[in-house]
Design a protein around this ligand. Structure first.
Ligand SMILES: CC(C)(COP(=O)(O)OP(=O)(O)OC[C@H]1O[C@@H](n2cnc3c(N)ncnc32)[C@H](O)[C@@H]1OP(=O)(O)O)[C@@H](O)C(=O)NCCC(=O)NCCS
Length: 188
């Protein structure tokens, strides 16, 4: 998605289940320090569910890599805290999965914001961005006890394959075709 107007459609205010409005936008290179700060504010469980490791902090080099995407082969959306746009509360991303037409997805929502519908919004918007870039097949690695993430995928995707390996499920799924107007209630 090299067209600025197309990318701008992913910068929007979304309404969570309780009515809270949150800005979701494409990630930017200058978000790297905000990703480091977000990681610091994640619980141990959330860190492990997202990264499968117990790193004490997100290395700045890795944060820079995560923040700098080309919006086509690599894409990420972030959500800003409503009362503090300099604080990120969630990230959704896809990366090449090493197979044509397939991308690997990953999500994290800061603990205090979990269970309020933000993950669902990000899931749908990320899949919409992927579809705009020609990707309709997805891969995710999820801890087998991670009911929330598994529920999200089962509700919004069609799982084609599941492979279990040491407490981790590798899921391959496809998304139903989404029209540009089928995102959750939003306002530009
Ligand atoms: C997984 C995660 C991204 C989901 O985001 P979220 O904002 O908490 O998700 P939502 O509030 O939109 O809820 C998602 C689904 O989980 C369900 N859910 C909510 N709370 C739940 C709970 N305590 N137990 C089980 N399911 C729950 C919701 O009903 C919803 O399912 P539905 O669409 O079938 O109704 C978020 O919880 C998170 O960051 N977890 C830690 C990191 C992680 O697991 N990443 C995934 C690795 S790819």
């Amino acid at each position: 998605m090299r067209d600025a107007a197309a990318l701008a459609r992913f910068d929007q205010e979304v309404a969570l289940r309780d009515g809270t409005r949150v800005r979701v936008r494409p990630i930017r290179g200058d978000d790297a320090p905000r990703l480091v700060a977000l990681y610091e504010h994640l619980s141990g469980d959330t860190r492990y569910q997202r990264f499968f490791s117990m790193m004490r902090r997100l290395p700045p080099d890795w944060a820079r890599f995560l923040a700098e995407v080309d919006y086509t082969q690599r894409f990420a959306l972030v959500a800003e805290a409503p009362d503090d746009p300099g604080t990120l509360i969630a990230v959704a991303r896809y990366e090449p999965a090493g197979e044509p037409g397939t991308v690997e997805v990953a999500f994290v929502v800061q603990d205090a914001w979990q269970g309020r519908g933000l993950g669902t919004v990000l899931f749908r918007e990320l899949l919409r961005a992927a579809a705009a870039n020609g990707f309709r097949r997805f891969r995710a690695w999820v801890l087998s006890e991670n009911r929330r993430m598994l529920a999200l995928i089962a509700r919004h995707g069609t799982v084609e394959q599941r492979a279990f390996d040491g407490g981790v499920v590798e899921l391959t799924f496809v998304a139903p075709p989404l029209s540009p107007s089928s995102s959750l209630e939003t306002s530009a």
